[in-house]
Ligand binder design. Sequence first.
Ligand code: UDP
Length: 236
Amino acid sequence: MKELFDKMYINTSSSFYEKVFANLSNNQKMFIVTANPETFMKAEENVELKKMLLDKDTTVVPDGIGIVKAARILGYSVKERITGIDLTLKLLEYGSELKKTIYLFGAKQEVIDDMKRVLKDKYPNIKLVGAKNGYEKDKDKIFQDIIKKSPDIILVALGIPKQEEIIYKYFNQFKKGIFIGVGGSLDVISGHKKRAPQVFIRLNLEWLYRILKEPSRLKRFYNSNVKFLFHIKKLK
Ligand code: UDP
């Protein structure tokens, strides 16, 4: 697992946003994975996922506080979290500023519908070239459509690791595009789910808020985070 930490971006979120802005301006291709303990734990069992995370074309950023703390325990000077939701909001902002095109793939149809409204109201200069919910069977067909449209920003919300796997599968067929697996971010940005209150975010307890809101996440949390902690202790 150490090699995953080795390649993770450890600088500030603002410096990362600058990099994203520059790549978006210059049509430089990018695949961003926002990592949390679950991502790294899954990569321990899933060879393909690990290969993808270690690929030179993949940029891994520390999304979860668990990853940040673990990295620090292992001696990496990680500055701060770079969350999927903040990155998504930045991409929408930059996309509108630079008049870029965007494709939304994933989440429920009602979330997609409300995202269209959010784009119109808050990011009027971004051009939506495609929007498909994540519950259609033939996901490869949707990616063929994304290839055809060749958007500047591609947000994929299918959950970890499905969203990353499908991006990685087709990434080579694109000449440009900022690709990111956004998990539940569209649910929040569209207003269907609430992000944790500021106090939870400030205290690094966003994960706790999500469990309190959706107790079914507890098992997932145990399987990834608690086991992850033991793993890091062993590594140290
Ligand atoms: N999702 C989807 N198709 C599926 C499974 C999930 O589009 O077959 C969507 C789901 O609606 C949600 C997102 O993927 O918008 C994943 O959300 P979750 O909160 O589980 O992601 P996390 O941020 O925890 O990775």
